[in-house]
Write a protein that binds this ligand. Structure first.
Ligand SMILES: [Zn+2]
Length: 126
């Protein structure tokens, strides 16, 4: 790991690992998990979000969108160069989805509005 192999929030907080973000599920009706800066005094607070749906019948979670907001992306693109920043940000997002979110708890807390059902239809079948 080189000296610049970390992400940074515009508030100055260095984020080396995807485990450092604070994840909160407060926008329950929007089926969104907020990705927050680990610095409690951060002026931005929200660095990104994950929008999802829950298929309770099949016990599955679908991530609709996972993204970091432009201020965080731009800050790091300026520091690290766009290509490197995007690669690191994508890595953090995928690790958050795969390892950091407690999907079992989240799907238990998700309201009905977040429920969906995976339906597979064959071509031609109406
Ligand atoms: Zn911050």
């Amino acid at each position: 790991m080189g000296e610049q192999d970390f992400l940074q929030c515009p508030c100055g907080r260095i984020i080396r690992s995807p485990s450092e973000y604070k994840l909160v599920f407060v926008k329950k009706e929007h089926c969104e998990i907020d990705i927050l800066c680990p610095n409690p005094a951060c002026h931005l607070k929200e660095l990104g979000y994950i929008e999802f749906r829950v298929d309770k019948k099949h016990g599955k979670v679908l991530v609709k969108t996972a993204a970091f907001y432009p201020p965080y992306v731009t800050w790091n693109a300026t520091r690290l160069g766009r290509e490197k920043a995007v690669r690191m940000l994508e890595h953090h997002l995928s690790e958050i989805i795969r390892r950091q979110v407690d999907w079992k708890r989240i799907s238990g807390e998700a309201p009905e509005a977040c429920e969906t059902e995976l339906v597979v239809r064959e071509e031609g079948a109406e």
